[in-house]
Design a protein around this ligand. Structure first.
Ligand SMILES: [Zn+2]
Length: 360
């Protein structure tokens, strides 16, 4: 099982979909789970569908006049399930949908919301809209072809790059391929629905007896991570700045991410909805992730002091000097699969920190 994580990542890379830690069953929810966070405020964790990806969490905030939704899932059909659920909760319209960042496991479902609520405003930080406009139309156009070529290669016992699949890869692919048919059918009819309303630093919205603050606290997981803060309910919706139980560090800006998380920690909050995984009820995990990122940045900087400009050195010279294992037990405990996920993540984090440093 320990190779599953790495293999899944490779698989996802081949698909060119967003990479997700939740691609490991134990890290994704086995069932759709709805948590009531306050009167009229709900978090939805989506079921793991084992199709090479998985949806980010969705948060629903119901005001006296209208509804605000955070993130719209990987599959439009999953978004449609959420919309049906919202209609059971309230007849008020969804007036706002926020895309927390550009990764498509958080915004492929935009079109489903726009179809259901034509007066909808889809909000994104301006950098996120730029990234979505750049990347998402191609994602949408390529997705069916990539699934078809992945399945065709698999039928020959090969990966998309032509390599012969190992026994572990075969096992993993065999579990995923049957789930790709409905995904393919759905992706053939998917269209890119861009954000319709952008902001730079903040956007405060009154839904009627409920204040929603949308904030950009700085770069982190991407160049345009938006969070939502409900001051009265003391609640934060963090997007993938926080992914539980192991951070997502395959993209982003580690040194700035630390500062962004410290600003988030300064908000008066008792509930935090991460981009993936269970709802958090204090700031312990937030602090732990910030400390992990800080440690990676500090150790890479210490090494740069010894060797000079990082651009002139291979990654291996940095890697050997960075040790994140003191954090392993704090994230993974004794769970072997989580430990493997942590090791992969830590490996990627060092790479990412090094490449960020090399660009300074
Ligand atoms: Zn995500």
């Amino acid at each position: 099982m320990l190779t599953t994580y790495k293999s899944t990542l490779k698989l996802l890379l081949l698909f060119h979909f967003t990479l997700l830690l939740a691609a490991i069953p134990s890290l994704g929810a086995n069932e759709r789970k709805v948590t009531k966070l306050a009167d009229g405020v709900y978090a939805i964790e989506h079921k793991f569908l084992n199709d090479g990806n998985s949806s980010g969490n969705t948060t629903v905030i119901i005001g006296a006049r209208e509804v605000f939704v955070v993130d719209s899932c990987y599959r439009p059909s999953t978004a449609a399930e959420d919309i049906a659920q919202i209609r059971q909760w309230t007849q008020k319209p969804v007036a706002y949908l926020l895309n927390t960042h550009f990764h498509n496991d958080h915004n492929n479902g935009n079109q489903a919301y726009m179809a259901a609520f034509p007066a909808l405003a889809i909000i994104a930080q301006e950098e996120t809209k730029k990234e979505m406009d750049l990347i998402q139309p191609g994602n949408v156009a390529r997705a069916p072809k990539e699934i078809e070529s992945f399945v065709a290669a698999f039928r020959q016992g090969k990966g998309q790059d032509g390599h012969t699949l190992s026994a572990d890869e075969l096992k993993l692919y065999q579990s995923i391929v049957p789930n790709l048919e409905p995904l393919l059918a759905e992706f053939k009819t998917m269209a890119y629905q861009p954000p319709t309303l952008t902001f730079t630093d903040k956007l405060d919205i009154d839904l009627g007896d409920r204040e929603v603050q949308v904030k950009f606290l700085g770069r982190g997981n991407t160049s345009g991570d938006a969070i939502v803060y409900l001051p009265k309910e003391k609640l934060i919706v963090a997007g993938d700045l926080l992914v539980y139980p192991v951070p997502f560090t395959y993209d982003g800006y580690p040194s700035e991410w630390v500062a962004t998380l410290r600003k988030m920690a300064a908000l008066d909050a008792t509930v935090i909805v991460p981009g993936h995984g269970s709802v958090l009820h204090d700031k312990t995990y937030l602090t732990l992730v910030a400390d992990l990122l800080q440690s990676a940045v500090d150790q890479v900087d210490a090494r740069i002091r010894e060797i000079g400009f990082p651009g002139g050195h291979p990654l291996s010279e940095i890697k050997s000097a960075v040790n994140l294992t003191p954090f392993r037990a704090k994230f993974a405990g004794a769970d072997k699969q989580l430990q493997a996920a942590f090791d992969e993540m830590a490996d990627e984090l060092v790479k990412l920190t090094f490449s960020e440093a090399a660009q300074r």
